[in-house]
Design a protein. Structure first.
Length: 105
């Protein structure tokens, strides 16, 4: 099974809520928006579904795998987390606003 995949934003200009909603909708995913304050943390956990996540503003770093690989997301960046991928996360100094969608795979 492939591991987490980080895709850097390559769009024209910064991402918008509308554009990120559209990208998820193109994959048949329902957008779910959330945000966190500076330096918030999520302990290690996993999900039974494939998570597709985009960062709209701020930054957040996900840590995955036994090698503790770091995936720092900045505006527009996308992270794909396959089902049952253990991960934790730390929010950057300016907080973050993100959107995600889920699919069973």
């Amino acid at each position: 099974m492939p591991g987490p995949t980080l895709t850097r934003w390559s769009g024209d200009g910064p991402p918008t809520e509308e554009r990120l909603n559209a990208l998820l909708a193109e994959e048949g995913l329902e957008p779910r928006w959330w945000g966190n304050g500076p330096f918030d943390r999520y302990g290690e956990h996993d999900h039974s579904y494939h998570k597709v996540l985009y960062c709209l503003s701020g930054s957040i770093t996900f840590v995955t795998g036994t090698e503790k690989e770091q995936h720092q997301l900045k505006p527009g960046d996308r992270l794909d987390l396959p089902p049952h991928t253990a991960h934790s996360a730390s929010v950057g100094p300016h907080g973050c606003r993100c959107v995600e969608g889920w699919r069973m795979s």
